[in-house]
Write a protein that binds this ligand. Structure first.
Ligand code: CDP
Ligand code: CDP
Length: 195
């Protein structure tokens, strides 16, 4: 029996932080699916070919966390053939025992619609941009503009747009610190594990 936790939401909402804590607490494997799209965007050339031939080395590049890599990821992520090329790997990962947590944009809606737990982690654009700015520095107004641009592209694309699954539990972290957000996620998962 495997147990899948799907965590979706916009940039810098706290998905990765919550995912890593969940993986450690429950002994689950964790896949940051954004890294797949970042690697495809960074590889250059034909994005569909890049997605079909993605290697572990592509995922280990040290420039994947930059704002530019996030923008490039969201541009290739609108291409249906790119998304299709990455689907089987994500679903296989989700099916492993004893469980897996995947974070991204379309995990609860498209990749794992049958996930045992679905969380939609969000926060105001201002709070999220401030968090990204603390991590990466740069011009604060520009970071906010880029976060908004990426939100807009992710939410309004035709294929697998970012939105909460109907059965997702929404966690707004705008006024929560990491410990509070993680505690809420643990509570939802424990409740589901116990029935
Ligand atoms: O994975 P995602 O882009 O959604 O966000 P993250 O990488 O988990 O979090 C982005 C930044 O916000 C990190 O530096 C976290 O430490 C911070 N954070 C926070 O300050 N408060 C929270 N409740 C969650 C995350
Ligand atoms: O860490 P952050 O939330 O800023 O971004 P990310 O999760 O690394 O995702 C980068 C970009 O990849 C997103 O803005 C989406 O355009 C795309 N993505 C996606 O389309 N579907 C996913 N499951 C994960 C990421």
């Amino acid at each position: 029996m495997s147990f899948t936790v799907a965590i979706d939401g916009p940039a810098a909402a706290g998905k990765g932080t919550i995912s890593r804590a969940v993986a450690a607490e429950f002994g689950f494997a964790h896949l940051d699916t954004g890294l797949l799209y970042r690697a495809v965007g960074a590889k250059g050339g034909d994005p569909v070919q890049a997605a079909l031939t993605l290697t572990p080395q592509d995922l280990a590049r040290d420039d994947l966390r930059s704002m530019a890599a996030g923008q490039a990821a969201s541009r290739v992520a609108v291409i249906p053939e790119v998304r299709a090329a990455l689907t089987a790997f994500q679903r296989r990962f989700a099916a492993q025992e004893p469980g897996a947590v995947l974070d991204g944009r379309d995990i609860g809606t498209v990749i794992c619609p049958g996930a045992e737990v679905k969380l939609y982690v969000t926060a105001s654009a201002e709070v999220r941009a401030h968090r990204r700015w603390l991590e990466l520095g740069g011009d604060a107004a520009r970071v906010l503009a880029e976060v908004r641009e990426r939100d807009d592209r992710d939410m309004n694309r035709a294929e697998a747009p970012l939105r909460p699954a109907e059965d997702a539990v929404v966690i707004d972290t705008s006024e929560l610190d990491i410990d509070q957000a993680v505690a809420l996620a643990f509570e939802v998962i424990r409740q589901r594990l116990s029935n």
